[in-house]
Design a protein around this ligand. Structure first.
Ligand code: HAM
Length: 427
């Protein structure tokens, strides 16, 4: 038997029901916020991520699935969506000439991480990206969308962590990074090998290191909150005021730097204690310089992405009565099979889901299949029915049966289904 590579899963139909509920909620919230879907490629030139996410990030330095195409160009399976959306935005004059643009996306991402609960090598995200304004309202808007999606799918037990990592100016993050560097230089021996290297090139990344020694040092390190410039502090205050006005609870976490280099000012994560080591199920922030990094004109931007598999773990399973089969056709072979096939065509043509087994076997085994498919009705065409071009409809919930002409069957089933839906709706 062939198996999947580690951390790469099949999503069987029973999980797809819950999956569609999560992505359906996201799509609806994006529609309400006027975000439009963009479909971005699954692979890009490696440069897109190396330049976009930062060479020193774990994702770029250790976790990308990178290979050479036949022409010797380096390609990478996308580890996230933001860099691709920015590249696509910069490439498309129609969109980047607009004063603002709102996109959302949904699809698989790839990271060569060590697989465990909630941490996969192929996982799926939905996300939203806003381009064109540095107004703190938009930081709030993307956070509020993720907040609404969580509640719509029944995830209520989470914390929203927010922070500002300021701007590169010397009187803001620039100066803070120097303070941070001298702090960690004083504790150099306790740092892991990766972080010793990060000391020179990107000390902020040390705050994102999960190694025990480095995490412990983080607690005593200088806080960005004490080093924000006036404009970044005001921006952060305005974001929090919007959250307060919408009664969205949050916790400030001055060490929330996130594992990607593109962030400026706002960073945030939706976290829960129910995912073991992987506590974030959605995250994002502002990235005001990324469009320029990709060769576009200066365009402030902000966005987020959520992990669908992690949300499924939190939202739990759901059953969807709409996915149950409407009709299972039971026949006696020969002439009655011919009629059953014709009736299946007529039912499907009338928008009624129908299934049957052409091999037929016994009535008993066909009824068993109808049960397994949770069919709402079985339509029986035995030898008698075949001779008189009729059929017997059995309501599987009530057990009641009715014989009528085959031609009348689709209409009668449609009426009965409408009656069932009406009853369910008024329950
Ligand atoms: P991220 O924090 O790397 O951010 O990923 C966002 C979410 O994707 C995580 O919170 C998690 O739910 C899910 N995720 C990440 N890695 C895995 C994994 N190995 N297995 C399962 N789920 C995973 C970004 O990707 C940014 N692009 C977010 C963003 C959008 N920032 C601005 N705009």
């Amino acid at each position: 038997m062939l198996s999947n590579p580690p951390g790469i899963e099949d999503i069987y139909p029973d999980r797809v029901v819950a999956w569609n509920r999560v992505t359906g909620a996201a799509r609806e919230v994006f529609r309400l916020g006027n975000y439009k879907e963009i479909i971005i490629p699954v692979m890009e030139y490696t440069e897109v991520f190396a330049r976009g996410l930062g060479d020193e990030t774990d994702i770029v330095s250790k976790e990308m699935f990178t290979f050479e195409d036949r022409g010797g160009r380096s390609l990478t399976l996308r580890p996230e969506g933001t860099a691709s959306v920015v590249r696509a935005y910069v490439a498309n004059g129609e969109y980047n000439r607009l004063s603002s643009a709102k996109f959302f996306y949904c699809g698989p991402m790839f990271r060569a991480e060590r697989p465990q609960k909630g941490r996969l090598r192929q996982f799926n995200q939905f996300g939203a990206e806003f381009f064109g304004s540095s107004d703190p309202y938009y930081d709030y808007e993307v956070i509020a969308m993720m907040h609404a999606i969580s509640h719509r799918v029944g995830i209520g037990d989470f914390a929203l962590l927010v922070n500002s990592i300021g701007c590169p100016a010397a009187d803001c993050r620039g100066g803070y990074i120097e303070r941070l560097r001298s702090y960690f230089i004083d504790h150099r021996d306790a740092l892991c090998e990766d972080c010793k290297r990060r000391l020179d090139r990107n000390p902020l990344r040390i705050l994102d290191c999960k190694q025990e020694g480095c995490s412990a040092l983080k607690k005593g390190s200088p806080s960005i909150a004490d080093h924000l410039c006036r404009a970044c502090r005001d921006h952060h205050t305005r974001v929090k005021e919007h959250l307060d006005a919408a009664s969205i609870a949050y916790t400030e976490d001055p060490f929330l730097v996130r594992g990607l280099d593109y962030y400026t000012r706002t960073t945030f994560e939706f976290v829960t204690g129910r995912l073991g080591g992987q506590n974030a199920f959605a995250a994002g922030g502002r990235y005001d310089s990324l469009v320029e990094t990709f060769g576009g004109k200066p365009t402030p931007a902000v966005g987020f992405a959520a992990g669908i598999e992690r949300m499924l773990l939190l939202a739990g399973e759901t059953t969807d009565s709409n996915s149950a089969l409407d009709v299972y056709l039971v026949h006696a072979g020969g002439e009655s099979l011919g009629q059953a096939l014709a009736l299946a065509r007529a039912l499907r043509g009338a928008g009624i889901s129908a299934d049957l087994d052409p091999q037929g076997k016994s009535f008993k085994s066909q009824f068993k299949k109808a049960d397994r498919e949770s069919a709402r009705f079985t339509v029986i065409i035995g030898d008698d029915e075949a001779a008189e071009r009729s059929c017997t409809i059995k309501n599987m919930a009530t057990g009641t049966q009715e014989k009528l002409s085959a031609g009348e069957c689709p209409v009668r089933i449609r009426e009965s289904l409408a009656g069932t839906e009406g009853r369910n709706g008024s329950d």
